[in-house]
Design a protein around this ligand. Sequence first.
Ligand code: MF3
Ligand code: CO
Ligand code: CO
Length: 257
Amino acid sequence: MITIKNESQIEKMRKAGALLHEVLGLVREAIEPGVTTHYLDQLTERLIRERGAIPSSKGYQGFPYSICASVDDQVVHGFPNKEKLRRGQLLSVDCTCILDGWQSDSAFSVVVGGGNEKNQQLVDVTERCFWLGAQQAVAGNHLGDIGYAVQTFAESHGYGVIRDLCGHGIGTEMHEDPNVPNFGRPHRGVVLQPGMTITIEPMISMGTWKVWQEDDGWTIITRDGSPCSHYEHTLLITDGEPEILSYPGMKVSEVLK
Ligand code: MF3
Ligand code: CO
Ligand code: CO
C-alpha cells in the first residue's frame, strides 16, 4: 500500500533527512586511505545517536551494522570490517536512520583518497543518474519515467544497471511500497502523487548488471567482479520539483543546469 504523507509527517521526515545529511557529510570527511569501514560504522552510529536518532539498519532483518559499506565489486549491503581502505578503492556508504518514528535513507560512493579516474567517472555518472531520475519524480509522471531516465544515461556510458535491487517508498518503515526500479519504460507503472515519499538509488556497474549474493547472506557483488557505485536520497513528490529530504536545500534544477 502506498501512503501519502501529511504536512506534520513530512516535517518529521525533513528532520530525519537533515540529520542524516549532516551525519553522512561528517562520515564522508573521515574517509581516507588507512581508515577501516568498522571505524566508519562506529563513527556513524555515534553521530546518529548523539543527535537523538537511531541507526535503523542495525537489527533490520538481522543486519548487524549501522551502515552498509560496500567496496569495489560489492554492490550493496556490505559488512563493515577491520581492513584498511586503500587509495583508489571505490567505497559506497549506505545509511538509514529513524528520528521520532520517521525514516530517512541515503547513500554515496567515493574513490578513497582519489586518484582513480575510471572509478571516479563511475561515481559521477551514478550521481547524475540519480539527478536525472529525480528530475522525473514529479506528480503526474510514472515510476517508469524515473527508471527510464536512470537506465538510458547509465547505458549510454556502457555501464550496467543493477536490476535485482530498487529504490522504494519510505516513511515509518524503511521499505514501503512502491518499488522504484532503476530501469523501465516511459509512461509505465505507478503514477506519482504529491505527498508520496520514495528513495531513488541507482546502483551502477562498470560491467554486467548481474549480481550474486555472498555466503554471509547479505553482501551483493557483481558477477563479473566489476566495480559498482551507489547513490541514494529520500525525496518528497510535489507538483513541482521533488524536495530532496536527505539533501536539504538542494534542487534538481540547480544540479542539472
Ligand atoms: N539502506 C538500504 C536501502 O537503501 C537498506 C539497508 S538493508 C539493511 O534500502 F539491512 F542494511 F538495513
Ligand atoms: Co539506503
Ligand atoms: Co534505500
